[in-house]
Design a protein around this ligand. Structure first.
Ligand SMILES: Cc1cc2nc3c(=O)[nH]c(=O)nc-3n(C[C@H](O)[C@H](O)[C@H](O)COP(=O)(O)O)c2cc1C
Length: 658
């Protein structure tokens, strides 16, 4: 009997069992789903930052790490600003280094061969707005609100088929162990498969067989290039979820057509280019975790090839169940591994309670669109793996560190500072840790935030930091404790505009109070302020049976929210509340609010008025505290009102600077 040291294997025997895919033996059933989060240079080549990002996922224990959209024919197929271009001269070194980095960390290297189809010539979600001079080629001629699409000529179809073969040969040469052909999410092959988008009358249009021809010929070209047994994965839709589109039954037929041509069928769904559908392809918190697994299970019944599922999976127990119950053979994890690349290792060592949960906030995508690199609300390291690899000097000495505030920033700072050998005391004014994570996690769709609070609390406990609850830190207390360094993380205060007549009436409830004590709300609720807090509160209050109206001065609800999260959020807000934009509250009345819009005044009836007008920093307190200690750091909301990301990442940076 050999050594058996992985305790998680007893709890997750199926998830952690090996599987053979083509000529590979995967060590477990977890694949890092394709991701292409920027960090590509302007020639379309891999950067060292990207290699380090992928290497980190491999170190986390996934059996296979997949790099995302790599464009096989870049003059017609590149839909985003920063994409890997497989036909760009000089890309071999970066690819080789990338495959080797993944190998060195114990995983197989996989890469997705892709083409954006018509979106390569149109402005796409998160894509390049400037498509000057580029022609959008799709299956059929189309005039869309963002430009004209040309029917792809047959010669171009055959040229692209050839480029799939060339791309596959190139990545195999450069050391990749697997390739994935992208035939989902609304890109080229999805467009051809779609009865809505493909209106051709030649052999590439009409029947499903004809619409699948392009894909099948490309798969043949890839097979010819890589040879037998080299694993080819295909990413298919289980349902493209478009009206009259490629439904479940058709997707099963497509899976049957590719069954003999591929070694793994990865079943996703939806469309990248439809903001609401994006939140199904990458399921939002409004969907249960694993919402798309049934599509993989449906296909699995009809094919002999192993099947992978994907979609907001992050709990090893759920993944174990999916595999044990035969719904899929493999699970693919996207955002979960951005939030915590160590999930496979944590499953192996039976440490599921230490998994940092992805909040499904889409800040990862939001950042890619803004800056062509990734960030994560709950993982300060993501996007900075290179600095982690070569960066941080050990602290010169262990310091006495005082942290003021036990919200997410304070907790993260204490955990990281303790791990670097400092002697940490964290003081929290209230009787509980978590700060604003509590109201933020109160809504029924915010269970991820509740989980995050628990994970941070457990880590803090294990860290050895001393925690003092019910302790308000004053300059006197700082003098008494005499720390070497101070981290101020006291959060912010809700803003209550004194100039609105009636703001102190008993029917006014502040947003945090309302989230934490919904029993204070009457049936009819008006929310003043339609930012993220007000918008999410509306959904939550409606869920509890209230009749909700949002009053917002600006022309948009949740206008500050990243466009991806907003795409999933807005349909929920619209279902939950009457939204009055460009509307200003003039006065709070005993039975409602008097508002003005376009110079006209009217009253909206309400039993309760919820004030969700934002937060303000408490600069005076911050100044008084920081005046006491020369080495001080101000993090999170008390530095600048922001989001959880700011608190967590500033906390990490401060703790690393100590
Ligand atoms: C930052 C990021 C980049 C992604 N890039 C790609 C990509 O290039 N190709 C692709 O097919 N899917 C891409 N995806 C989608 C994932 O592969 C996955 O299907 C999706 O995120 C749903 O899984 P999840 O809920 O576990 O995140 C990306 C996801 C993320 C988070």
């Amino acid at each position: 009997m050999g050594a058996r040291t992985y305790q998680g294997k007893e709890r997750y025997p199926h998830l952690l069992s090996p599987i053979r895919i083509g000529n590979l033996r995967l060590k477990n059933r977890i694949i890092a789903a394709p991701s292409s989060p920027g960090m590509i240079d302007t020639n379309g080549h891999m950067t060292h930052a990207m290699q380090a990002y992928l290497e980190t996922k491999a170190k986390g224990g996934a059996a296979v790490v997949t790099y995302g959209e790599s464009i096989v024919h870049s003059t017609t197929g590149k839909q985003h600003n920063m994409q890997m271009q497989l036909d760009s001269y000089g890309n071999r070194q970066g690819l080789k280094e990338c495959a080797e980095a993944i190998h060195r960390a114990g995983a197989y290297a996989n890469i997705q061969l892709s083409h954006g189809g018509k979106y390569a010539g149109l402005a796409s979600v998160g894509g390049d707005e400037d498509k000057e001079g580029r022609i959008a080629y799709g299956p059929s001629h189309e005039i869309t609100p963002v430009g004209e699409v040309q029917e792809m000529p047959r010669e171009l179809i055959y040229e692209i088929i050839e480029s799939y073969g060339k791309g596959a040969a190139l990545v195999k040469d450069c050391g990749f162990d697997m390739v994935q052909v992208h035939a989902a999410h609304g890109w080229l092959f999805s467009q051809f498969l779609s009865p809505v988008m493909n209106k051709r009358t030649d052999e590439f249009g009409g029947s499903l067989e004809n619409r699948a021809r392009f894909l099948l010929l490309a798969l043949d070209a890839v097979r010819k290039a890589v040879g037998p047994r080299f694993p080819i994965e295909i990413r298919l839709s289980g349902d493209d979820m478009m009206k009259n589109g490629l439904g479940e039954k058709d997707c099963i037929e497509v899976a049957k057509m590719v069954d003999d041509k591929v070694d793994l069928i990865n079943v996703s769904c939806g469309n990248h280019e439809d903001p609401e559908m994006f939140c199904r392809t990458h399921p939002s918190a409004f969907w249960p975790r694993g919402v798309n697994v049934y599509l993989a299970a449906g296909i699995k019944k009809h094919v002999k090839t192993p099947v992978a599922c994907v979609g907001s999976l992050n709990d090893p127990a759920q993944m174990e169940h999916i595999i044990a119950s035969g719904q899929a053979d493999i699970v693919e994890l996207g955002r979960a591994l951005v939030a915590d690349p160590e999930i496979p290792n944590k499953a192996m060592h039976d440490q599921a309670d230490d998994i940092t949960p992805c909040l499904r906030c889409y800040e990862c995508f939001g950042e890619i669109v803004k800056s062509e690199m990734i960030k994560c609300t709950v993982n300060p390291i993501i996007g900075h793996e290179l600095e982690e690899k070569y960066g941080h000097k050990a602290p010169e000495r262990s310091k006495k560190v005082l942290i003021v505030g036990g919200g997410p920033g304070g907790m993260e700072a204490a955990i990281v500072a303790s791990s670097r050998g400092h002697e940490v005391t964290l003081c929290e004014k209230s009787s509980v840790l978590g700060g604003n994570l509590h109201p933020a996690g109160a809504a029924y769709f915010k269970e991820d935030i509740v989980k995050l609070t628990g994970v941070l609390e457990r880590r803090l406990k294990r860290s050895g930091a001393k925690v003092m609850l019910n302790t308000e830190v004053t300059p006197d207390l700082i003098r008494e404790l005499n720390p070497d360094a101070l981290i101020v993380a006291i959060g912010s205060r809700e803003w209550k505009p004194g100039f609105i007549p009636g703001i102190d009436r008993p029917n006014v409830v502040m947003a945090i109070d309302a989230e934490m004590h919904p029993e204070k709300l009457g049936r009819k609720v008006v929310i003043m302020g339609g930012g993220l807090v007000g918008g999410e509160a509306a959904i939550s209050f409606r869920h509890e049976g209230h009749d909700v109206t949002i009053v917002e001065m600006k022309d948009k609800i949740a206008g500050e929210v990243n466009s991806f999260y907003r795409g999933g959020l807005m349909p929920q807000i619209e279902k939950a509340a009457t939204c009055c934009v460009n509307t200003t509250v003039k006065e709070i009345l005993p039975d409602g609010v008097r508002v003005s819009r376009d110079g006209e005044e009217f009253v909206i009836q309400a039993d309760t008025v919820v004030c969700a007008l934002g937060f303000r920093t408490d600069d005076q307190t911050v100044d008084a505290l920081t005046a006491e200690v020369d080495e001080n750091y101000i993090i999170g909301d008390c530095r600048n009102v922001g989001i959880i990301y700011h608190a967590m990442s500033q906390a990490y940076d401060a703790a690393m600077m100590l």
